[in-house]
Design a protein around this ligand. Structure first.
Ligand code: TRP
Length: 366
């Protein structure tokens, strides 16, 4: 079987280096390996509106913000079909049919949805849960299945969404007794440290409001300030003191970002991260030194990204054209799959089969 890759992001802000190791890096790798029939990346503006209904301008502004992040890391509109979710009309229609296959308690049991409900205060008396928000895992199942996607490169926070999509595929194919929908598989990063990168301050979540992330679009000076303010080991006071590696954000980040090449280039006293960790634990390595190294490692990643961004920032018309072209292709594909879904449900009426079938039925009755 030929692979169809699909993934996407909500356009609610700039992407950060947690997004990069969690999913974006994998996308570039998959793109360059070329082992696919089609690779789609969707800007999930309709999903973004499920918890930003009062702020559509934010969603609108971040379409290009997110596209610039995509293009500057090396995703290429010649190889990837970029499209905008809300411009694919088949998606809400497919969502509507899937809504009959999922119970309300099942939706609210979704761990990602649950934590988002708490985070957004939807469990408070004054707010309540918007129906569209509770429903977004079903809509995400439509996003995935409408393109016959079998590989979904995502961060591990999205696993409950893929699981929900898999349940819907099983239920749909089971109920309508046909191999109509393709079963999707998540594709996570190989490096465990990349699964869930914490904030610079050690907080489990990176977020704009906590101001604890490094953005792909940050300049050198900002990156330097952020790295040098990172949380390390509070008991590692003097350089000679033994230091703790576990829970030390500099090492957590080095686990995710550094390579042996980086050591050769920026820290030749050590061959690899294991050696540095050992030395740090024994004492004698200052926090400034490891922060300097991490800063260099991150700069190694971000420098070419910044170069590419400069190129694309002057090409907004090109970006919009690429999105328009991709969205047209996406519509063609999703319309096809919608027809297949309606066929399976038996709700296509304006054809010879339906007329003959019903004529026969009523003839037999007489
Ligand atoms: N839920 C994803 C996020 O918050 C965005 C998304 C929407 C998505 N539809 C998708 C991801 C389909 C993968 C596949 O980032």
């Amino acid at each position: 079987m030929k692979n169809i890759i699909l993934t996407g992001d909500r356009p609610t802000g700039k992407l950060h280096i947690g997004h990069y190791v969690g999913s974006l890096k994998n996308r570039v790798k998959l793109q360059n390996e070329g082992n696919y029939e089609k690779m789609y990346i969707m800007i999930a503006d309709a999903q973004a509106l499920t918890d930003n209904s009062g702020n559509p301008q934010k969603v609108r502004d971040n379409i290009i913000t997110v596209m610039l992040d995509y293009l500057s890391i090396g995703l290429d509109p010649e190889k990837v079909t970029f499209f905008i979710q809300s411009e694919v009309r088949a998606l809400p229609e497919i969502t509507a049919y899937y809504m009959n296959l999922v119970t309300l308690p099942r939706l609210l049991r979704n761990p990602t949805v649950k934590s988002e409900i708490t985070m957004r205060g939807y469990d408070s008396e004054s707010k309540g849960i918007p129906v569209g928000f509770a429903n977004y895992p079903i809509s995400q199942a439509a996003d995935i299945t409408a393109f016959d996607a079998n590989i979904i490169p995502v961060g591990d926070d999205q696993l409950p969404m893929i699981e929900q999509a898999r349940e819907i595929v099983r239920s749909f194919n089971g109920t309508y007794n046909k191999e109509v929908l393709i079963m999707p598989e998540p594709k996570l990063p190989d490096n465990e440290a990349c699964l869930r990168l914490p904030g610079l301050d050690g907080n489990a979540k990176m977020s704009k409001s906590l101001n604890n992330c490094i953005y792909l679009s940050d300049d050198s000076k900002t990156v330097k300030e952020k790295v040098f303010s990172m949380y390390t080991d509070p008991n590692h006071i003097k350089v000679e003191d033994p230091g703790k590696v576990e829970g030390n954000m500099v090492f957590t980040y080095l686990d995710a970002f550094s390579s042996d090449e980086d050591f050769k280039k920026y820290y030749p006293e050590f061959n690899n991260l294991d050696e540095l960790k050992k030395a740090y634990s024994n004492g004698g390595i200052g926090d400034m030194r490891i922060k300097k190294f991490l800063y260099e490692v991150i700069e190694e990643l971000l420098t070419p990204i910044r170069e590419k961004r400069k190129e694309y920032i002057n090409k907004i018309p090109y970006i919009v054209e690429a999105l328009e072209k991709g969205t047209k292709e996406a519509n063609e594909k999703a319309d096809e799959v919608l027809d297949r879904i309606k066929d399976a449900l038996g709700i296509r009426y304006f054809n010879k089969e339906f007329i003959e079938e019903q004529t026969k039925r009523f003839n037999e009755e007489n």
